[in-house]
Design a protein around this ligand. Structure first.
Ligand code: AMP
Ligand code: ZN
Length: 287
């Protein structure tokens, strides 16, 4: 672990990873014992490791997997997620876009002239929130790690997206009674530390990246940060943690005022009809 100027064995790695997650949960007041946590699991190393760690710590969790319908990649993701949940006897909720929304991510993108990543993002955010609320979960947890958050920060800074900067947080409270709290308990851990955790603990995850993410800004930013990190270990952490210390958080109490209920589905949105319903409209009217 160059950024800590140390090497560790498997046991010490496990202790370190679990300690960092405990600290994240405490420092950011993410959730408490007894809270019901819905873990969004893609089948990748981050979200499966997160589910593993939270279970190990004795939290009350269930997994939620969205089947995106992106060919072999989605099939493989689904298989790995199911295998993990069965091996742990853990509850898994599966939501298939093809079955529930009537089309997978690629068809949705085509019908709406959106990029696949944009259509996928809308579908995931909407269903994460709706399913968590409907099923009575207190909080939704995702597997975003330090690399994800640092590269998102870099993207937001490069374009000075102040709105996004104010809201970029490892713990976002529910700002509306129809919204669930969202947390990222892996934000203190680097991608390679989580990969090592998954390998040491024999977690069988999907190795390939989503084929739609090839060439995305997020991956370019990650590469840039990896080069900086290789040159000066600790750069990513200094960048992101330094931001969290200096951040002037958005006045989230006023966020509520900006939201209204979607006239179609009733979910909170900043427009009259939410993005999800606008996408579904296209599916319904497609030839
Ligand atoms: P990504 O945007 O693909 O880097 O994913 C970030 C986080 O979103 C993952 O760590 C998961 O927690 C969640 N996630 C991504 N894809 C899915 C999916 N198909 N089903 C459930 N959760 C997902
Ligand atoms: Zn709607």
């Amino acid at each position: 672990m160059p950024r800590h100027n140390t090497s560790v064995c498997g046991n010490c790695l496990n202790d370190y990873v679990v300690e960092q997650v405990k600290r994240a949960i405490k420092d950011q007041a993410m959730f408490q014992r007894g809270d019901r946590i819905l873990v969004a699991v893609s089948g990748g190393k981050d979200s499966l490791s997160l589910w593993d760690i939270l279970t190990r710590l004795g939290y009350d969790t269930a997994g939620l997997h969205i089947q995106q319908g992106i060919g072999d990649y989605s099939e493989e993701s689904y298989r790995k997620t199911i295998a993990f949940s069965e091996s742990r006897g853990a509850e898994l909720i599966v939501h298939s876009l093809k079955e529930e929304e009537g089309a997978g991510v690629l068809e949705l993108a085509e019908l709406t002239d959106r990029s696949p990543c944009s259509a996928c993002g809308v579908m995931k955010r909407y269903n994460f929130n709706k399913i968590a609320r409907e099923r009575g979960f207190d909080v939704l947890a995702t597997g975003h790690n330090l690399d994800d958050e640092a590269s998102r920060l870099l993207g937001n800074v490069l374009r000075w997206q102040e709105d996004y900067l104010a809201k970029q947080s490892p713990s976002l409270p529910a700002t509306h009674d129809q919204l669930v709290k969202k947390v990222k308990p892996l934000y203190r851990l680097a991608e390679r530390e989580i990969t090592a955790y998954a390998v040491v603990n024999k977690i069988d995850y999907v190795i390939e990246e989503c084929p739609m993410s090839v060439g995305s800004k997020m991956l370019v930013n990650k590469e840039v940060l990896n080069r900086l990190e290789a040159d000066a270990p600790g750069t990513k952490q200094a960048f992101y943690f330094g931001f969290l210390e200096r951040q002037r958080p958005a006045d989230l109490s006023r966020e509520d005022d900006k939201l209204q209920s979607c006239t179609r589905c009733g979910q909170p949105t900043s427009a009259a009809i939410c993005s999800y319903c606008r996408i579904l409209e296209k599916v319904k009217t497609a030839p």
